[in-house]
Ligand binder design. Structure first.
Ligand code: PMP
Ligand code: GLU
Length: 405
């Protein structure tokens, strides 16, 4: 069978793959604890459900403009004004099937073959593959000091005449850290001088803990929306726990949005009208759901940090936000894929290998689920890795036997 060399070289999303493996195990009746999922357990906000239902009731389920329904774009414009203090026009906004498609669409629209895109490790799993999918070259910058904080000097060293963009995700998936204001400020200034796009993946920007905030890149550019190199990506998936609705958006200069719209018109025509109506409902409804989710996550983060203390060999950076933390498990096992496999198959716990985020030896643990899952998940990891733990445990009737230590 003839397949494209490029398509063959693209890895499956490891997070989605693990979600599916966990689902299949659960279907078989296994009591899997999911510390892999990038989604909370909440229900969608009622305003989102009512928005979709009202549209459905009209019976007019048709194509929408490629770049999104005008009233949804209006809600996004208001969100941008309220959260970023930036006035943008409808021509600066394009709605896509999740922030995922927004990032891909941006890359497709700015990258020529062999152009380079800087990605800061630890990074979200899809960035390098997306860059490759548009014939670009991902250039990974990893902090030398073993921290999760990128340094400007390392970014500058990685820049070449081929550098077209840098992707910044702060609060960061998978580490949960928020990059310092000074880094964002310097980066924006430097990139604007060098004609490099700064793609801010802001999907977790309101899910920040301990009274902190994530510095918005727009604050550090003196340029207006038509000339700034800052592009902002956001969406309803993480903000409202509306992952299945698949609505995200990008804010950029109108020339770029026009090109992205042309591209999207040839691929998906537009995103589903019902889901756009739901996103509009979420954005225009009561915003208390966001604060409730943020507080739940902060509390869950605290529990996760506390539980991880019981794993003697594990070092963890305390997350400032997101759904995740990225503890270092290398004292137990250096190969994170093997460790993730062992935990899934033998201890029935889902944890994403750090290797997929550019951090071998680490595991990404999600605290977006329930407190019970966090406690039981860490307990099972401890059982799997600590030689002093009992040799076997019971999960209901099911006996798990540890025969690898
Ligand atoms: N960026 C990051 C950093 C993510 O973690 C995710 C995963 N949801 C996305 C983008 C894509 O989100 P969406 O569901 O809106 O496609
Ligand atoms: N972003 C989520 C995660 O990192 C969802 C999965 C995905 O889109 O890859 O787990």
């Amino acid at each position: 069978m003839v397949l494209s060399q490029l398509a063959k070289s693209i890895a499956e999303s490891p997070t989605l793959k693990l979600n599916e493996e966990a689902r299949l195990l659960r279907e078989k009746g296994e009591a899997v604890i999911h510390l892999g999922a990038g989604e909370p357990k909440n229900k969608a906000p009622i305003s989102a459900i009512l928005g979709a239902a009202a549209k459905l009731n009209t019976g007019e389920i048709k194509y929408t403009p490629t770049d999104g329904i005008p009233s949804l774009k209006k809600a996004i414009i208001r969100y941008t004004e309220e959260n970023y203090d930036r006035i943008v026009a409808p021509e600066n906004v394009i709605v896509s099937a999740g922030a995922k498609q927004s990032v891909y669409n941006i890359l497709y629209s700015i990258i020529n073959p062999q152009d380079e895109v800087i990605i800061l490790a630890p990074f979200w799993v899809s960035y390098p593959e997306m860059v490759k999918m548009v014939y670009g070259v991902p250039v990974i910058v990893t902090p030398e000091d073993g921290s999760f904080y990128p340094r400007m000097e390392d970014v500058m060293k990685a820049v070449s005449s081929y550098t077209r963009a840098i992707i910044v995700n702060s609060p960061n998936n998978p580490s949960g850290v928020v990059y310092p204001e000074s880094f964002i400020a310097e980066l924006v200034e430097y990139c604007e001088k060098k004609d490099i796009y700064v793609i801010m993946d802001d999907i977790y920007h309101k899910l920040v803990f301990d009274g902190k905030t994530a510095p918005p890149a727009y604050k550090y550019t003196k340029k207006d929306i038509e000339s700034t190199h800052v592009i902002v990506v956001n969406g309803v998936s993480k903000l409202y726990g509306m992952t299945g609705f698949r609505i995200g958006w990008a804010i950029a200069n109108r020339k770029l949005v026009e090109v992205m719209t042309n591209v999207q018109s040839q691929i998906t025509s537009c995103t589903a009208v019902l889901l756009q109506a739901a996103a509009e409902g979420a954005l225009t409804g009561l915003q208390s759901a966001v604060e409730t989710l943020r507080m739940t996550l902060e509390n869950n983060r605290n529990v996760m940090m506390q539980e991880l203390l019981s794993l003697k060999g594990v070092r963890t950076t305390r997350p400032d936000g997101t759904y995740y933390c990225l503890p270092d498990f290398s004292a137990y096992m250096k190969d994170s894929v093997a460790l993730s496999n062992l935990l899934l198959k033998r201890a029935l716990v889902v944890a994403v290998p750090g290797k997929e985020f550019g951090m071998e030896g680490y595991l990404r643990l999600s605290y977006a689920g329930s407190i019970k899952d966090i406690k039981e998940g860490v307990e099972r990891i401890k059982w799997a890795l600590e030689p002093t733990a009992p040799k076997d445990i019971y999960i209901g009737e099911r006996k798990l036997v540890r025969d690898w230590l």
